[in-house]
Write a protein that binds this ligand. Structure first.
Ligand SMILES: Cc1cc2nc3c(=O)[nH]c(=O)nc-3n(C[C@H](O)[C@H](O)[C@H](O)COP(=O)(O)OP(=O)(O)OC[C@H]3O[C@@H](n4cnc5c(N)ncnc54)[C@H](O)[C@@H]3O)c2cc1C
Length: 306
């Protein structure tokens, strides 16, 4: 594999760097390139506010969602350009992106399957960082076997839907305005057929979000409980009972987005700290760091092929 920029990508890199030079400060050190929701500050309100504000600046500059089609404010960027943008932004002191789940996973799903009204209503606000989104897929008994999900939605005679059930591992639910959820709408058919996809307003009555505190102290994932949550009749995305297709669109976009992750950035600050404190003189610690770097590099290279 040739990791050098093609002439097109080199031009793209120059353009990205020139824009970033004009709008941000070069980074002096520290981890970069992580999604805000994966960082240990994913539940710090000031940090989240800064992240939303930066997304607005980026969107105004035309860099807010580069993989989206130009018609929706994107740049129709290629996979390699997504890498280039990720590498370039990692050089600057900009907040990690709290809007990444919306921009990477949910935006492309709405572009592919949403109604014109849904696109107009949700995409611009998502792009500008005004609405943070979460992805409500996994459940306690539906992880790898996602189609076993049991959260259900029932249509009332008035046309609205009532949601009941539980999701888990929902990144960023604690700071999300909106969510895309898959639920069971027909329990009487084979499991992949009775699933539907809805937009839910995370501030609705009946939704409780419980953060899951990690051993690192951060709390980026959540349990989310739905107790008779009323969802308007215009909120299904695509046809009712055809939601599995949309779930797959989102999961494919997740693979695409994962390819932009350079996890070697996680190891570098530790190495820098070890150098500063003199700990690097310890042979075993040096070997441990080299091992961690090699593993991180492998993950990064694997994600190039995702
Ligand atoms: C960083 C991160 C962020 C996440 N964010 C979100 C999010 O925002 N929204 C969301 O909905 N979910 C999210 N998830 C959840 C993620 O999608 C689930 O972890 C995933 O679906 C796996 O489910 P599980 O953890 O329940 O594992 P399980 O399905 O219980 O699997 C546990 C283990 O058993 C193995 N296994 C399972 N089935 C079989 C089988 N039939 N044969 C052999 N081995 C098997 C698996 O490979 C795995 O090793 C996130 C997860 C991570 C790690």
């Amino acid at each position: 594999v040739d990791f050098h920029d093609s002439p097109n990508d080199a031009a793209f890199r120059r353009e990205a760097r020139a824009w970033l030079d004009a709008h941000a400060q070069r980074r002096r050190g520290g981890a970069a390139g992580l999604s805000a929701l994966m960082s240990e500050r994913g539940d710090d309100p000031q940090f989240l506010q800064r992240s939303r504000a930066w997304q607005r600046v980026v969107a105004e500059g035309g860099w807010g969602a580069i993989i989206w089609p130009t018609a929706y404010g994107g740049r129709d960027a290629s996979m390699s350009q997504l890498f280039v943008w990720g590498q370039e932004t990692a050089r600057y002191d900009v907040p990690p992106n709290v809007c990444s789940i919306g921009l990477r996973l949910i935006g492309p799903t709405l572009i592919a399957h949403g109604t014109p009204e849904q696109k107009t209503r949700y995409l611009p606000a998502m792009l500008r960082g005004e609405d943070v989104w979460c992805q409500l897929w996994s459940e306690p008994n539906a992880g790898s076997d996602l189609a076993s999900l049991q959260t259900r939605a029932e249509r009332t005679p008035s046309g609205v839907w009532i949601l009941n059930g539980q999701k888990v591992w929902t990144s960023g639910a604690h700071c999300s305005d909106l969510g895309l959820i898959i639920v069971r709408t027909d329990p009487g058919v084979p499991k992949h057929n009775g699933i539907s996809c809805f937009v839910v307003d995370m501030r609705c009555r009946g939704i409780s979000v419980r953060p899951l505190r990690q051993m690192t102290g951060g709390a980026n994932f959540n349990e989310v409980f739905f107790d008779d949550v009323v969802v308007p009749q215009e909120n299904p995305v695509g046809d009712v009972n055809d939601g599995w297709r949309f779930a797959l669109t989102t999961l494919m976009n997740e693979l695409y987005g994962a390819a932009a992750l350079d996890v070697t950035d996680l190891v570098r600050p530790v190495a820098e700290l070890a150098r500063k404190t003199g700990a690097l003189d310890d042979t075993l610690l040096r070997q441990g760091l080299a091992d961690a770097y090699a593993r991180a590099k492998l993950i990064t290279l694997t994600s190039y092929g995702a």
